[in-house]
Design a protein around this ligand. Structure first.
Ligand code: HH2
Length: 270
């Protein structure tokens, strides 16, 4: 899943794709790089981020969704706002990526009325304050229990399990220890029988390990993405699609999950 942040203030690429034209071009480039899904967001949810109005989020995202919806690849709307979910799905999006796990009023019914896929993500608190004092007695058990409860709510509302993806929400109300525990124990989520999405790309938890600024965390992000894939993550939400795809291709070939004799590539050099 390639990330397109149509925002001025996203933590790693804010302002780079803030116009519709640049965001659409970015989307096309990410497809060329190998993305299977495009995730379009108009509100930064980094720690401390200021909320964005519905009008502004709509203005940022809808033209981009309309332009990319016909590209042949699934387009996802990354939003917490039910009204924007509805409008984005009407404009051609086929997935809702909600860091609020469809808890907002009417969000469940809006998604239920469509055939869209949905990503239910765990977070503790809200972006403005979530990193102030995150606390869990047992982070893995609590995140797992929350996602089970949200999956059940979605199913009760009429969303088939085959439409559901879950996500532990790395960096959303979690300390470094919480994030690492969740990544090491990702099998607690993959065991729930729906695809797990991992959003680790360029995040502070990697900066704390590798000691780099967000845009310099490509290598750290690729390492984390591979680890997540090895733990069973099925969707990797990333900014650096080429780097991630190359690493995944090599890992799959080495792990024997693809037939290397049929692979194409230049293979030049020793
Ligand atoms: N992380 C971000 C945004 N949306 N959605 C899911 N499902 N999982 C995530 O981990 C996730 C997400 C934050 O990353 P980014 O969009 O690059 O930054 P910002 O929120 O500053 O725009």
């Amino acid at each position: 899943m390639g990330v397109i942040n149509v925002t001025p203030d996203s933590f790693s690429d804010g302002g780079l794709y803030a116009t519709a034209g640049s965001a659409v071009a970015r989307g096309r480039a990410l497809i060329d790089e190998g993305a299977d899904i495009l995730d379009i967001g108009g509100e930064s949810t980094r720690p401390g981020a200021q909320p964005v109005s519905l009008d502004e989020e709509r203005r940022r995202t809808l033209p981009v969704i309309e332009a990319l919806a016909g590209c042949g690849w699934p387009v996802s709307i990354d939003t917490r706002k039910p009204e924007l979910m509805r409008e984005a799905l009407a404009a051609g999006a086929s997935m809702v990526n909600d860091i609020g796990a469809l808890e907002s009023q009417h969000a469940l019914e809006i998604v239920t009325r469509t055939s869209a896929a949905v990503c239910l993500m765990h977070k503790q608190g809200d972006p403005q304050t979530m990193q102030q004092n995150p606390h869990y007695d047992d982070v893995v058990t609590e995140v797992q229990a929350y996602l089970v409860q949200r999956m059940e709510a979605a199913r009760r509302a009429g969303i088939a399990q085959s439409r559901i993806v879950i996500d532990p929400g790395f960096g959303f109300g979690k300390t470094q220890e919480h994030n690492i525990a969740l990544l090491r124990d990702l099998s607690a989520l993959t065991a729930l029988g729906v695809p797990v999405l991992a959003g680790l790309s360029r995040k502070a938890m990697l900066g704390r390990i590798a000691g780099r600024q967000p845009h310099e965390r490509v290598h750290a992000s690729v390492a984390a993405a591979l680890f997540a894939a090895q733990q069973g993550a099925r969707i990797l939400r990333v900014h650096d699609v080429t780097a991630t795809c190359d690493a995944l291709a090599v890992w799959r070939a080495l792990a024997g999950t693809i037939d290397v004799s049929t692979e194409s590539g230049t293979g030049s050099g020793q």
